[in-house]
Design a protein around this ligand. Structure first.
Ligand code: ATP
Ligand code: MG
Length: 283
């Protein structure tokens, strides 16, 4: 049995749950308990505040966890980063009142900066040789300058619209973050084995996500031309159709070249092109 710590509610919750479910992990949908066991995989889910996830994995209360890199960096937890998950993207930035003149980081010398991330901020300012007064507040950091609580803020930014609506402007980007899968250092052999099964499932989902299964009908006379433009995993499958002179071609196409290739196939005479999603792809 392996235990994964995930955010109980908040911005990472939906994507984390979707990710587990795509990896084929079934969790009881009944009322949410703190600890829920999967019905078809040796895994249990521990729901926590994201602040507590890095430490719970570092200490071994949970074996693995899904959390923002920013939260990991803030806590300085001693964990392995197993996988970048591609969701929960944001950046941590310094922002100042929009009408302030700003040239460089020395602006912050002697200023009062409100943040929920004092660890990341103090390391950053120290690396720049700037001494500022860091004022820790949890939540609604962006209103601090407006109400006279601070001169500037250091906070999470995604679109920037929160800054704009609080008359702030971003002046320094300190770190980029996304959700990561973290792991306890020194898992038992049994847990490491379950983890590798889980990672394997996750990779199969990832690989499948940007690929499509494509079927089409092709006149035999055009078959060689069509095969020339198809990359395919090894080679496409070609089957005769009941109608004389035609065959059916099946292949897998990557998203990046997909539209380009579909266009070429049509102009080569392929018909009835069907594009199907792939749920999993095991390399
Ligand atoms: P908790 O109640 O679990 O402590 P929280 O309020 O601290 O939650 P959320 O706002 O749910 O945290 O954000 C969780 C994580 O989602 C952040 O630490 C960050 O990594 C990521 N994130 C991605 N986009 C955004 C965004 N636009 N605003 C805030 N966080 C974001
Ligand atoms: Mg939190």
């Amino acid at each position: 049995m392996i235990r994964i710590a995930v955010q109980a509610k908040g911005r990472l919750y939906d994507d984390t749950m979707a990710f587990l479910s795509e990896a084929g992990i079934r969790l009881s949908a009944s009322k949410r308990a703190l600890l829920v066991q999967a019905s078809n995989f040796p895994l249990e889910v521990l729901y926590l505040r994201d602040d507590d996830i890095p430490e719970s994995v570092a200490s071994g209360v949970a074996d693995i966890g899904v959390v923002g890199e920013n939260e990991c960096a803030e806590r300085g937890a001693d964990v392995d980063v197993l996988k970048r998950l591609g969701f929960g993207r944001c950046r941590l930035s310094l922002a100042i009142p929009k009408d302030e003149a700003y040239e460089d980081i020395s602006w912050f010398s002697g200023k009062k900066v409100a943040t929920s991330y004092p660890g990341i901020l103090s390391r950053y300012l120290a690396s720049k040789g700037v001494r500022a007064d860091i004022h820790v507040i949890t939540g609604s950091v962006e209103i601090a300058p407006g109400i006279g609580l601070a001169d500037a803020i250091f906070d999470i930014v995604s679109s920037g619209s929160t800054l704009v609506s609080n008359s702030l402007r971003e002046v320094e980007t300190v770190m980029h973050s996304e959700a990561v899968l973290i792991g306890h250092k020194g898992l038992s052999a049994e847990k490491a084995d379950i983890l590798s099964q889980l990672l394997f499932r996750m990779d199969a989902v990832r690989t499948a996500e940007d690929r499509k299964y494509v079927l089409m009908n092709v006149p035999n006379s055009k078959l060689d031309d069509v095969l020339d433009v198809l990359p395919g995993m090894r080679s496409p499958t070609v089957m005769p159709l009941a109608q004389e002179g035609w065959c059916s071609v099946h292949t897998v196409l990557g998203e990046e070249c997909f539209w380009d290739i579909i266009g070429r196939l049509k102009s080569l005479g392929a018909e009835g092109i069907l594009v199907l999603p792939i749920e999993n792809m095991v390399p």
